[in-house]
Design a binder for this molecule. Sequence first.
Ligand code: SF4
Length: 222
Amino acid sequence: MNLPAIAKQTYDQLKEQASFSKITDFVVHHLKKIASPLERARFVHHVVDDYNRSVFSHPLVKQYSPCKAGCAGCCHTQVSITEDEAHLLASLVENGLKIDHARLQKQMKAGNDSAEFYKLSYADRKCVFLGSDNLCQAYNDRPSVCRTNAVLGEASQCSTEKGLNENQQLRLIKTSEADMAIMGSFMASKSNGALALMLGKILQSSSKNKAKKKSFSNNAEL
Ligand code: SF4
């Protein structure tokens, strides 16, 4: 399982506390009741946003956090997503959202290996959903990991332009509750992994299915 590191750290610290573990259990159990992967992803995003709302809307956070529209420091990193989130992102592409498929292929080659991912140039590490205006084109349906982990401080602290600085101390302002919910979504997911790999696999399999259907209907017309 390719788990989001920060949420997993929170989970490992708090899983023995009933008030936190019940959040993970609630998400796992509720996801079993929803059939559509798109709706499952949206349910988790709703829960994560709900837990983070009061913190992210605090006036001091608004004043001192650089996490605002146009700042995309964290959008050149490898983001872990669930299969449901991959289906949700793939649905945007299949409905006409334009992405750079050549860049997606390069990122897919790194698989789930962050060391391989950081061998790519900064430009090639740019998330395929990040627009030329540095705005997320998938903002309303962005993954859970992108919805949390905001920081206090300078935007430059998040930049990986010169490579990943594992010693960089970031002051995160997400909530533990949101992390516990995110872990529930990963535990309930059939598969998960790096955004590019998960998205690319779904887009490839859906284009193969379309090609099969086309060839079947062409043969039926003969
Ligand atoms: S999905 Fe959006 S917010 Fe998340 S990394 Fe990509 S561009 Fe950034």
